[in-house]
Design a protein around this ligand. Sequence first.
Ligand code: CTP
Length: 403
Amino acid sequence: MEKPKVVLGISGGIAAYKACELLRRLTESGHDVRVVPTASALQFVGEATWSALSGNPASTEVWESVHEVPHVRIGQAADLVVVAPATADMLAKAAHGIADDLLTNTLLTARCPVIFAPAMHTEMWEHPATQENVATLRRRGAVVIEPAVGRLTGVDTGKGRLPEPGEIFDVCRRVLARGAAGAEQDMAGLHVVVSAGGTREPLDPVRFIGNRSSGKQGYALARTAVARGARVTLVAANTTGLPDPAGVDVLPVGTAVQLREAVLKAAADADAVVMAAAVADFRPARYAEGKIKKQEGVEPEPIALVRNPDVLAEISADRARAGQVIVGFAAETDDVLANGRAKLARKRCDLLVVNEVGERRTFGSEENEAVVLGADGSETPVPFGPKEALADTVWDLVRARIR
Ligand code: CTP
């Protein structure tokens, strides 16, 4: 089988050095990569590095090997174009169809999926000019990965950092896989909110009541939605072990009350909300400001609990937007389907993903098996498989219900 052809465009930003790692991952996983740097990208990382790592020539100008008509051929032949880093200047050129070097020509001739991974200073990213260019590119079907928040060049921190190469690679892999299925970018223009992880309800400064949710299913939902072109807000409850998925706005929270606040705010303009987080139904009635100490010969006090708000029921009953689709998750140990149906009716959401849980199933694993129940009476079984496959099924069902 022929290797998938990937064009890796590099524009002139310091994050170009991180693209070397992305290039290595692409070639090592069996992609035929052609690097097309801009002239300013070569100020940061030289031609020799790109051609050595890719095993292909890395040209910048349309005037090299003219007999091969590279300014047309490279784009036409590509299965995927990924521009990482994409500077503000590159986004502007791409949005306006300017073609003054090999990379911008390639972007005009490509008919395959295109991914931009922007990296720039926060001010440049937030400037209305850049934001409008990003909106234009997204409207046309390009995947523009949200920049990460963190250390920028020099001492600044903020939004604008290139996501980790592994995360960009992950988006490439997914976009390529779905491109072959002919279903890429079917969530472009949608804003979705996903909650993930498990809340922790503190008893004192060092102890909490928590649960075993790892957050992996919620992260899989976030990643697949990005690959399908959606704008994703991920409300992440205590998921410290998991890297931020590329292109996702991650809002870390701790308790159920904090999660409620973040979800309600993000849901205001969302087309869909998926509540994959395990939210504690109760919290300790009292929080001890100082650490609770054991006392010799004294039995411990029982822990009094009070109810937490039910976020899923609340957002379902009072929708932030007409036609918003709301999905809940339910982990059940017995009478899985009957309990699921009852819960779906009680919470008034549109879809409920029901898993059967046990000691080794679901929590922390990479796989999942579920049935997705619809308020319309539908029942979609999802066989045992990767959490991403379940995520894609959830998005298929959500999409079919968005008005
Ligand atoms: N959920 C929520 N707010 C809560 C509790 C749960 O939004 N305070 C959401 C979860 O994110 C999940 C669904 O509701 O989508 C799970 O329902 P829940 O009633 O919590 O399930 P269980 O705790 O398993 O309920 P029960 O004890 O009734 O089985």
